[in-house]
Design a protein around this ligand. Structure first.
Ligand SMILES: [Zn+2]
Length: 94
């Protein structure tokens, strides 16, 4: 097998990564979940999530996803679930 052009490799990886991001967005993976109690509830116990301060890695994560999602960090006060959720993205036409 021939050696792949490194530039081509990087381009392909970048395209694959971008497609992955679009798939995540299309399937609403990691998006806020709404239930009868509130419009942003815990994925496990359906209690309302509390907004907490973002960590440094969260800013990095937003940067790495080209700020397509605007992830924010939330915590459940009922079952201690903690994680990132995205709601209204900056650019919504994907
Ligand atoms: Zn919970």
């Amino acid at each position: 097998m021939n050696n792949l052009d490194p530039f081509l490799c990087i381009t392909l990886v970048f395209i694959a990564y971008f497609i992955l991001l679009i798939i995540i967005k299309k399937f609403n993976i990691g998006k806020k979940i709404s239930c009868k109690n509130c419009d942003n509830c815990c994925p496990y116990c359906e209690e309302a999530l509390e907004r907490i301060k973002r960590l440094k890695k969260d800013y990095l994560f937003n940067y790495l996803t080209f700020q397509m999602f605007d992830f924010k960090r939330y915590k459940c006060m009922n079952c201690a679930w903690e994680g990132l959720k995205w709601g209204k993205p900056f650019s919504g036409n994907f």
